[in-house]
Design a protein around this ligand. Structure first.
Ligand code: CMP
Length: 140
């Protein structure tokens, strides 16, 4: 399998509850490596642009307000099949449907406040990494 990079966000519900280390440990234990990392507080405009593809969905306003409500930790994770592996470690979007041992099963509060985001395709990973990081900030 190819070495890939994917964009991960530790979301406001998790940073607020001091879960950053526990979440990063799950990714590292699965063989993913953090090659870029920063803690930032998104503006509503930035959160809205990042999630622009969901603009027509009923939960968009709530999603944008939530993502701008507290700091987030944005990271680039690298490893074999990193895009799928990251999503496997996160678990299903809805914690009620997430598998045991996944981040969302253990930590998420709801479908909206679901502790982590991960890119869902190669194209999304490229766009999302470039949204937050310059090439100089990716240190493998
Ligand atoms: P994420 O993987 O970051 O991608 C889009 C986000 O929208 C998703 O995680 C959830 O946090 C959020 N989301 C998806 N469905 C719903 C929903 N029904 N209600 C509220 N938020 C949702």
């Amino acid at each position: 399998m190819a070495i890939e990079r994917t964009l991960s966000i530790i979301k406001p519900d998790a940073t607020k509850r001091n879960l950053t280390g526990k979440i990063v440990a799950k990714f590292e234990d699965a063989g993913l490596r953090v090659v870029a990392s920063k803690r930032i507080h998104l503006t509503a405009a930035q959160a809205g642009e990042f999630y622009a593809e969901h603009q027509a969905r009923g939960f968009y306003g709530e999603l944008v307000a939530y993502m701008a409500s507290e700091p987030v930790v944005v990271q680039v994770l690298e490893g074999e099949g990193a895009i799928a592996k990251n999503r496997e470690v996160m678990g299903a979007t809805d914690p009620a449907e997430a598998a045991p041992g996944t981040i969302r099963k253990e930590f998420a509060l709801s479908k909206g406040e679901n502790s982590a985001h991960g890119s869902d395709s190669e194209a999304a990973a490229a766009r999302e990494i470039a949204f937050f990081f310059s090439g100089l900030e990716l240190v493998g």
